[in-house]
Ligand binder design. Structure first.
Ligand code: HEC
Length: 146
């Protein structure tokens, strides 16, 4: 008379994917990945923007606000709504720029490999760690040491 309880647990299965690759990014590898960005982005302090804005301090920067660069409406709007380039937001944007910022002027297909994104984000953070730290949780974010 007891019925099977099969399936009773099925509905409670929740798989939570963290962002392990993001935390593991390697700035040195990221500098190589960044060659794909160099055609359009400068990174040296004070270097003039190219087709895209200078990214020296983009980690932690408010979206669409780099002085003197003419951003698309969508990027300006994101910034006005308080969007900031945290590692998570960079990850989403770099995977598929057009889905995060529909109508963006950045004509770049995206980095499909999570590892490449993690590396390039680590590289951008390494260029301006204080900006990223200001946005991160106050606990230690840890610079990669290996
Ligand atoms: C073909 C040129 C081009 C390439 C290649 C390119 N970008 Fe961009 N990027 C742009 C343009 C143009 C914008 C401004 C977008 C807008 O206003 O909508 C931009 C904007 C950005 C922003 C937002 C900056 C801000 O201040 O809000 C980030 C972050 C970014 N790019 C990162 C990258 C990274 C990392 C790569 C390489 C993986 C890359 N881009 C490759 C042209 C490019």
């Amino acid at each position: 008379m007891s019925s099977s309880l099969r399936g009773a647990f099925a509905a409670t299965l929740i798989v939570v994917f963290g962002l392990p690759a993001l935390a593991d990014g390697d700035p040195a590898q990221g500098e190589k990945v960044f060659k794909k960005c160099l055609a359009c982005h400068s990174v040296a302090v004070g270097a003039p923007s190219k087709v895209g804005p200078n990214l020296h301090d983009v980690a932690g920067r408010k979206t669409g606000t780099f002085e003197g660069f003419k951003f698309s409406k969508v990027m300006i709007g994101m910034g006005e709504e308080g969007h900031v380039w945290t590692p998570e937001e960079l990850d989403k944007f770099l995977e598929n720029p057009k889905s995060v910022a529909p109508g963006t002027k950045m004509t770049f297909a995206g980095l499909k490999k999570a590892e490449e994104r993690a590396d390039v984000i680590a590289y951008l953070i390494s260029l301006h760690p204080e900006g990223a730290a200001a946005q991160a949780a106050p606990e230690t974010e840890g610079t990669p040491t290996d």
